[in-house]
Every structure is written in C-alpha cells, then in structure tokens.
Design a protein around this ligand. Structure first.
Ligand SMILES: [Zn+2]
Length: 399
C-alpha cells in the first residue's frame, strides 16, 4: 500500500475529473447493460456486451469462461486484487427490462441498480485504472461474475476462487448503489427442512404410540433452548412447523423449517452440528417414552440453503484502503455493514473481501419498480479507483 494519498497526485486528480465528466456515458452503459436480460444461469449475452465495453475501457487479457464470468487484467502480471460486479439478476427472461428516465432524472427499470450500476461503475473505474496502468505496482484482475443472486448460490465467485486461485489476495465486489456503506460482514447461512415420520394412528384407539408432532415439538424446544453467541452475531430460528391431520389422529408426519446464521463460519458450523444433535436426541426421547410396536419415529434433514460467510478483520489493509479511498472523494464511508454478497465466499476462506456500492442511490431492488437516482453517482467509481490504487500500490510517474 502506498503511503501517499493517491488522490493528491496530479495524474490521479485528472482521472477523478474524467470520471465525473464521463458519468453521463457511464449512465448510458448502465442502461444498456440493464436492458439485456440476464437471469442467473443465462448471463451470456450480457457477459458478451460487458466484455466488449471492458476492452473498450482499456482492459486487456480479457477471458470469458464457460460460466460467462468475464475477467481481464490491468498492470503487472503479478496480480493482487480481484474487482467485479455481478452480471445476473433475479428476473426471468420474460421480465420487461426497458429503462425509463423520469423528469427528475431518476432511472426506472428491473435491475437498473442491482447490479447494472455495479457493472457500470466497474467500467468507469477500469477506464481510469487503464489510464494509470503504468504506475500500478501490482496487477488488478477486473471484470464481472455470474450467479450472485439467490438461485445462483454465489456460484460465480466460488468458481473464480478456484480458477483464479493464487492470482489474487483480496476481492472487492461492487453491488448496489450507496457508496458510504461498506459491507465487511457476510453472514453465513444454513437452513434445514426436517421431516419427522411415524406410524400414525387413532388418538384413542392407538393411544400411547409415538407421534411425529410430539417429536417435532420436542426438537423445536431443544433447538430454541440452544445457547448462541451474541458476538459474532449468531441466530437460530424455527420458522415454521407443519404437520398432523387433526386432533383425533396421532400424527404420522410433521415438518420443521430451521434457519441458522452467524457472522463467523466456524461458529455456524458448530451451531449446525448442535442443531443436528438436538433433533436426534429429541427423536430418541419420543421413541423411548412412547409405544414403538407399530413403528418408530424417523427423521430426515434436507439442507435448503448453505451459504458460506465470514467477517473482514477490522484492521485489514483492504478495509483501510476503502475508507481512505471513499473518504478522499468527500464521502463518509463506514465499515461493518452486514449483507449476503459475493464477498461471503472469500471471507469464509479467510481471503479479505468487501462489498461497496457503485454510487448514487436506489430502492425497490429485486422488484420491477427498481429505481436508481444518479445524484452524485460519479463518487462511486471515484471511490473504487482510489481504493484500487491504494490497495494495488501506485507509484507516481517520475518526471
Ligand atoms: Zn446484487
């Protein structure tokens, strides 16, 4: 990390001005990309257009992999930072993705912020990084990845961690708008659908038999009684119980849905193991105390969600670079926001990562009423530029 504030260097100041001046072009690219449908698993056409724009920005060695991740390089072959936005949206192929601009200049369209803004901000920052490329002390891998949204299960960044292993030591994802809220906590998530099954029977005629509802109830109480850490924030929630037939039937089936989350992966792993033990013990109690002559209670656990996560250490160089970079353009950035983003996966593996907004303001993300307010949106790519220069290292041109 360079000691001098890169923003103070004349050639960097020139690029900060250039980013502000080309913001109308950046917004035009944001609209164009947003109008190319890109459901998770169908990002190909948007990836092609993004790759074309990335090349036009001056990024070289661009490759599109089999999943449609687009990655190029700036600066030395010895790369240290990976910087991407995500290509996919939550919308299906048939959603109207036409973008309109209202009288106040606010853009309206499905996906116009999430993550068309991130993609456009990466492109604008890339153009300035390309102009400053000769001064980069380490290389930057820059582009866009697939499969960030729900159904994709963070598969894009997970694939890149394998294919680019050893080629970067920190990751920045540009997702959403707000450039002051820096996400450094990626809660790890794990969900269970537990199905309890037994012989069932008549409440009076078959009195004493094991019950799927009783077993599910015992398991629910046992899970609710588990101790969980306040720091790192950790939760367990039995969110739904469904089962049984009626009050005169001994229940033959009951399902329970359990959500578990923690800001630290090992803490979540421990909780998941304890929840499994609690369920097993609850079923054992039901089978011990009730009549199993017609059959025992059995159970099956299906994992319905498994997202790794972690937290960026407070003193991490990457976090300090982002605070300095966004602070230098006049924003008041802060670390410590929590959200599930592409940063989750590297954080879960101990690789420094964070998520920043691409500038401007937005709302109604993941709905067809999504909007993007471009007021001062140039501050997003400016912050990305300074953060990347600071982290990669920048040596002023010697005159
Ligand atoms: Zn997003």
């Amino acid at each position: 990390m360079t000691e001098t504030n890169p923003a103070a260097l004349p050639e960097v100041a020139t690029e900060l001005t250039a980013i502000a001046q080309r913001e109308p072009q950046t917004l035009a690219q944001q609209i164009a990309l947003s109008e190319i449908p890109a459901p998770s698993f169908a990002e190909g056409p948007r990836a092609q257009e993004f790759a074309r724009l990335l090349a036009a920005a001056g990024v070289h060695d661009i490759e599109i992999d089999a999943s449609h991740n687009v990655i190029g390089r700036l600066g030395p072959a010895d790369t240290k930072l990976l910087l991407t936005g995500h290509l996919d949206t939550v919308f299906d192929q048939d959603t109207d993705v036409h973008v309109t601009t209202d009288e106040a200049g606010v853009l309206h369209g499905a996906g116009i912020c999430d993550d068309a803004r991130g993609l456009a901000a990466v492109l604008s920052a890339a153009k300035s990084l390309a102009a400053l490329e000769d001064g980069l002390e380490t290389g930057i891998l820059i582009g866009a990845n697939v499969l960030e949204e729900g159904k994709g299960n963070l598969g894009g960044i997970t694939g890149l961690l394998d294919t680019l292993a050893g080629r970067f030591e920190a990751f920045i994802t540009v997702d959403g708008a707000n450039p002051e809220r820096i996400v450094t906590i990626g809660p790890a998530c794990h969900s269970f659908l537990v199905t309890f099954t037994g012989p069932g029977g008549h409440a009076y005629g078959d009195a004493g038999r094991v019950s799927a509802v009783h077993a599910a109830g015992r398991a629910t109480v046992a899970v609710a009684d588990l101790e969980v850490a306040a720091v790192p924030k950790t939760i367990v929630n039995v969110g739904a119980i469904r089962g049984g037939v009626t009050e005169t039937s001994i229940a033959y089936q009951c399902t329970v849905e359990i959500d578990m989350r923690s800001d630290e992966q090992p803490v979540l792993d421990d909780l998941v193991a304890r929840v499994r033990q609690a369920i097993e013990a609850a079923v054992a109690v039901e089978n011990d105390r009730a009549d199993t002559s017609a059959g025992e209670i059995t159970y099956e656990i299906a994992t319905t969600c498994d997202i790794p996560g972690g937290t960026l250490p407070e003193d991490a160089e990457l976090g300090r670079a982002a605070l300095a970079g966004y602070g230098a353009v006049g924003l008041e950035p802060y670390l410590g926001a929590a959200a599930t983003t592409d940063a989750n996966v590297p954080l879960s593996r101990g690789i420094p990562a964070l998520c920043v907004g691409g500038g401007g303001a937005a709302g109604n993300n993941h709905s067809t009423n999504e909007y993007f307010d471009p007021t001062d949106s140039h501050l997003g790519p400016q912050g990305i530029l300074l953060t990347a220069l600071s982290f990669a290292g920048y040596r002023a041109e010697t005159v």
